[in-house]
Design a binder for this molecule. Structure first.
Ligand SMILES: N[C@@H](CCC(=O)N[C@@H](CS)C(=O)NCC(=O)O)C(=O)O
Length: 201
């Protein structure tokens, strides 16, 4: 049985979406990420730093952290959503890296500055929002040309971006524009696996 320790954050949701889309049975343990005392010993043995998501597959013995690595591992194991052909695979890894390093580098400060510091000057928040919208504009331009980030088929890169885009839907509504990204978000949200994954834990 696959087990995950997770919470309703974009990093946690990436893993539950992936498991649901792959149709793999798993048990999800809900973790209060703000309370170290409640984090189970089995999770802490795998992730001594205490961050979710944490993954363990009793069948293979593989236990790991890092949402993007867990997604890639599962896609490679199941042979789905990550092509083997070098050019197609390189494109998917490029868009995975875009989410990991560009999109998250812009969205994380917005989260910290708005949820943990009540007195953050508005221009600083606006700076990161503009930065995030600029990065999401790259996805919008790509999605004008193809239905998914890497072409005609959905890939792990789409599942990686979706929860972060969904969590920023209020900013997207306020800012307007990015019509292709919005249409893609509706397509992604309508997928049963994505919908189920977004509800875990
Ligand atoms: N790069 C990691 C980030 C993991 C992470 O930052 N997890 C956060 C929640 S999204 C967490 O558990 N924070 C609580 C803590 O570090 O104690 C990943 O992609 O999995």
């Amino acid at each position: 049985m696959i087990q995950i320790w997770s919470a309703r954050t974009t990093n946690g949701l990436r893993v539950s979406i992936m498991l649901e889309e792959l149709g793999l049975p798993y048990r999800a343990h809900a973790v209060d990420i703000d309370d170290p005392a409640t984090k189970p010993a089995e999770m802490m043995a795998i992730a001594p730093h205490g961050a979710i998501p944490v993954f363990k597959d009793d069948a293979t013995g593989i236990a790991m952290t890092q949402s993007f690595a867990i997604m890639q591992h599962l896609c490679e194991q199941e042979g789905r959503f990550l092509p083997k052909a070098p050019a197609a695979r390189a494109l998917v890894l490029q868009w995975m890296s875009y989410v990991m390093t560009d999109v998250i580098s812009a969205t994380h400060p917005i989260f910290v500055l708005t949820s943990e510091f009540a007195d953050t000057p508005a221009p600083i928040i606006a700076h990161y929002e503009a930065r995030l919208l600029r990065f999401l504009g790259q996805a919008d331009a790509q999605l004008a040309a193809t239905p998914y980030l890497c072409g005609d088929e959905v890939t792990v890169a789409d599942f990686a971006l979706y929860p972060t885009a969904a969590f920023r839907s209020r900013l997207l509504d306020r800012a307007g524009g990015l019509p292709h990204l919005r249409a893609w978000m509706r397509t992604m949200a309508a997928r049963p696996g994505v919908a189920r994954g977004m509800a875990v834990p």
